[in-house]
Design a protein around this ligand. Structure first.
Ligand SMILES: NC(=O)c1ccc[n+]([C@@H]2O[C@H](COP(=O)([O-])OP(=O)(O)OC[C@H]3O[C@@H](n4cnc5c(N)ncnc54)[C@H](O)[C@@H]3O)[C@@H](O)[C@H]2O)c1
Length: 442
């Protein structure tokens, strides 16, 4: 099991310089975590090379980006993109005339989730086919990287992929019940996880969110050998999640969003980094805080643990920086609501004995209970309702601070990583804001 190792000191400045390269393995979206890495790499004068998941045609075939899509994606990235579709997973793979998982689930109804079955061997065969496709595309990516990157450049390969919910209509109502359901709508994540559809999700999450990191490390061995052979550094990072240390009741405490069923894949990701590190390959999983991105939108309530970042900033970065952030947040609240009131409401939830009974580091990730789900969703709704405009959320502002700060911490720390898994908690993120490298974030 991974030992809890928070990054406790700001990393020494990394030695990256113009000509060194950040390769982003995972497509960049506007508010996603990887923006922080891209931002810091550019600040250091590094070259940024992006990738794409590609797009699916209506007939299901995977294709690269069109000219317009590529231009748009490169504008967002501010760098060039290698246009080879790097979608991972296997939900649309059909092998030996066996229809794909998605096809077989077309007629499945949500109520049948516990009894759904697949043609024998479907998951194994489809998974092997998806893996082979991903690896073949990675091989083309590596060849392209070898031609584009000079042999003497330091390289940071950043993995930002996570996903794997199979593209079949049956999943959304079920996942909504697990992550957002109360009363009759509530569904125990454990019941789902132990069902055939839960098993399918487990294999798929492992493949997309964890094993792609292994394929990346293995699939860039020639690039690594060439550049490290000429004295350059080649390192790997991946975004993990395994709870976060935040201020609760005035003290830093590790806590986690529940039910993070993707957590089993995140533990597998940590194991892959540990194995690579043992083999002398610098690979680090950075466990990052809960923020709002395209990928976390499903997990209603995940944002509650972000509010106390305001208190951590006050404690670690000083009054001036804290006051600037708090003023921005106050301006987003309804008349009569205060930041102090908001923090009190978030703390009431986070310090609840119901959570304390459930959330445990050694047996993480935990499944939900009805009581916990209802408590969390009520707190989430009340905190949202304090805002004047549901499109202008304090969590969006705090998420931006977190993804920018974590990107900086990751890039510098990866130069000489202290461990194969590190937690970037609210304290170190806040401390960076008072450092030269974080001074323009707020
Ligand atoms: N949002 C959070 O609260 C949070 C917290 C800790 C860690 N993370 C991690 O940060 C990383 C980036 O996520 P984010 O939250 O910024 O969201 P995001 O939606 O911006 O990024 C998700 C990435 O996964 C890729 N992806 C999704 N399905 C894929 C597939 N089948 N094949 C290949 N790539 C696929 C997307 O293209 C995108 O690049 C993820 O590893 C995520 O687990 C997120």
């Amino acid at each position: 099991m991974t030992e809890y190792q928070p990054l406790q000191q700001l990393p020494e400045p990394a030695g990256y310089k113009p000509g060194d390269v950040l390769v982003l393995v995972g497509e960049l979206f506007g508010r996603g975590y990887a923006n922080g890495l891209v931002d810091e790499a550019k600040r250091l004068g590094m070259t940024v090379i992006g990738t794409t998941v590609g797009r699916r045609e209506s007939n299901g075939s995977l294709r690269p980006l069109t000219h317009e899509e590529l231009t748009e994606a490169e504008t967002l990235l501010g760098g060039s993109i290698i246009n080879i579709p790097l979608e991972a997973g296997f939900d649309l793979e059909s092998v030996d005339d066996i229809p794909s998982v998605a096809e077989q689930l077309k007629k499945a109804r949500p109520d049948d989730f516990a009894t759904v079955s697949f043609v024998d061997g479907t998951i194994e065969k489809a998974c092997a086919a998806g893996r082979a496709r991903f690896r073949a595309h990675l091989a083309r990516l590596e060849a392209e990287l070898i031609t584009r990157i000079p042999a003497t450049a330091n390289i940071h390969l950043a993995h930002s992929m996570a996903g794997g919910i199979p593209r079949a209509r049956v999943f959304m109502p079920l996942l909504n019940r697990i992550f957002k359901g109360t009363g009759d709508k509530y569904l125990a994540s454990e019941t789902f996880w132990n069902s055939p559809l839960g098993h399918l999700c487990s294999v798929s999450f492992n493949e997309v969110s964890a094993d792609t990191f292994r394929y990346l490390i293995e699939g860039t061995a020639a690039l690594r050998a060439r550049n490290s052979g000429s004295g350059a550094r080649v390192c790997y990072s991946a975004y993990g999640y395994h709870g976060t240390g935040i201020l609760v009741g005035g003290e830093y405490r590790w806590q986690s969003y529940t039910p993070y069923v993707q957590g089993f894949a995140k533990i597998r990701l940590e194991d892959i980094a540990a194995e690579a590190t043992t083999q002398g390959i610098p690979a680090t999983v950075y466990n990052c805080p809960e923020i709002q991105t395209n990928s976390s939108a499903l997990f209603l309530g995940v944002e509650i643990s972000l509010y106390p970042l305001l208190s951590a900033i006050r404690r670690e970065a000083g009054e001036q920086i804290a006051a600037a952030v708090a003023a921005r947040c106050q301006a987003m609240l309804n008349e009569g609501e205060t930041v102090a009131g908001l923090l009190k409401r978030a703390d009431d939830y986070l310090s609840s004995p119901i959570l304390e009974q459930i959330v445990d580091f050694t047996t993480w990730p935990q499944h939900n209970t009805r009581e916990q789900a209802e408590l969390m969703l009520a707190a989430s709704a009340e905190l949202m309702a304090m805002h004047a405009d549901q499109k202008q959320l304090i969590c969006a502002e705090l998420s931006r601070i977190v993804f920018l700060a974590t990107g900086r911490l990751m890039l510098h720390s990866s130069w000489n990583p202290a461990s194969s898994t590190l937690w970037l908690n609210h304290d170190i993120i806040s401390r960076l804001l008072a450092d030269d490298r974080g001074s323009n974030i707020v």
